[in-house]
Write a protein that binds this ligand. Structure first.
Ligand SMILES: [Zn+2]
Length: 75
């Protein structure tokens, strides 16, 4: 049985991210698919990237603000 582990990159689950939940996906090396433990979303790397891209367009401004906030906390 394949062990659940993180992929080489930490991808967000696009379905959870749509609902304002920041959930890292796990990678199934046997199927070559990423999957989410929270909402049962599974998809190839390509599908995850496309999903995240759609969310990013929706929440583009929010993304930038979050980054600025992180920079601000370092001062
Ligand atoms: Zn999910």
């Amino acid at each position: 049985m394949a062990q659940a582990r993180k992929g080489k990159l930490n991808y967000r689950c696009p379905c959870c991210f749509m609902r304002d939940i920041d959930m890292d996906m796990f990678y199934d090396a046997e199927k070559g698919e990423y999957y989410c433990l929270r909402c049962q979303f599974t998809g190839t790397e390509q599908e995850v990237l496309e999903g995240n891209e759609r969310v990013r367009q929706k929440y583009g401004a929010m993304y930038r603000r979050f980054t600025d906030f992180e920079d601000f906390t370092e001062f």
